[in-house]
Design a protein around this ligand. Structure first.
Ligand code: BJW
Length: 249
């Protein structure tokens, strides 16, 4: 269990009116979801996620990429939010302004109750047409893998953001507005290896925010963070909420 949080952190959070939390795969590890970069076992250990999660990978072998996502969706559906997700959902109610920006496609933040939320890399439970990019709901029943768009006949794909693709404009604008105006940004469970989200902590700092990082280990974000809290997000975040509530009494 984590020790007392650095009093500086609680003091900054007490004064914070506008808080942004940015999360990555680490926040879902304690729910049992392997990170993008963790090796999947068995059949999928032979494939490189960096190759599969691209439009080129899908064009080359749509069936393989589709089945990879169906496999991962099956894993996600067996999980539930952990104390880190619930603590973040609680923090949404503790600040006058709040935005959660998640790179995670698993939907666990929403299931934990977060509502001021931007899923900036999409959602594995949603589908769109590969050609037209329109959302397809419900998925048409079909023996074909992947199934085809009922409107244009192109393949259907998961509504996630692959390497080389633009992030959704509306989400990006909302994120940038929050990052440039927040008092505190908390970056949780991300390696800081994927852009543009990797730049968010430095951008927030540039605009005057206090930057807190929560991760098992140091990352490139640690270099610019005001405080790095090393440990499991499922332990540190509930502790943070507990101490902040106590300090506000
Ligand atoms: C714990 C923990 C516990 C574990 N508690 N912590 C600028 C410079 C260089 C390259 C680029 C650039 N701008 C754009 C690029 C190209 C590219 C990119 O970033 N490449 C990098 C590889 C260098 N970016 C893009 O293409 C993006 N598009 C874009 O920018 O469009 C404009 C443009 C296009 C082309 C050229 C230039 C501009 C799109 C990026 C889309 C990323 N998509 C993925 C896949 C989503 C679908 C799927 O899951 O299949 O999103 S990649 C993958 O990485 C996934 C994740 O959301 C993302 C981030 O990973 P994350 O969350 O950080 O996870 P990990 O595994 O890396 O780290 C986990 C961390 O948790 C670790 O640090 C652990 O220690 C920690 N941890 N347990 C706390 N209990």
């Amino acid at each position: 269990m984590c020790k007392t949080i650095d009093p500086n952190v609680i003091s900054y959070l007490r004064q914070t009116e506008n808080c942004v939390i940015s999360t990555g795969a680490g926040v879902s590890v304690e729910s049992g979801i392997p990170t993008f970069r963790d090796a999947l076992t068995g059949f999928w250990s032979n494939y490189d996620p960096m190759t599969l999660a691209t439009p080129t990978g899908f064009r080359k072998d749509p069936k393989l990429v589709w089945e990879w996502y169906r496999f991962r969706q099956g894993l996600v559906m067996k999980t539930k939010p952990n104390p880190g997700h619930y603590a973040i959902a609680e923090m949404e109610k503790m600040f006058a302004e709040f935005l959660l920006i998640t790179q995670n496609i698993d939907g666990l933040h929403h299931r934990a109750g977060s509502r001021n939320l931007v899923e900036i890399h999409g959602n594995i439970h949603r589908y769109k047409c590969f050609q037209e990019e329109t959302i397809v709901d419900p998925l048409p029943e079909s023996d074909e893998v992947p199934p085809r768009c009922p409107n244009c006949g192109s393949y259907i794909r998961p509504d996630v953001v692959w390497f080389g693709e633009q992030l959704p404009m509306e989400g990006l604008e909302k994120a940038e507005q929050a990052i440039t105006s927040c008092d505190t940004l908390i970056s949780v469970g991300t390696s800081g290896a994927v852009y543009p989200v990797a730049l968010f902590p430095a951008q927030a700092k540039h605009y005057g925010a206090f930057v807190i990082e929560i991760n098992l280990e140091e990352t490139p974000i640690s270099e610019i963070a005001d405080v790095s809290l090393l440990g499991k997000s499922g332990e540190i975040l509930p502790q943070l909420v507990k101490e902040l509530k106590k300090a506000r009494e």
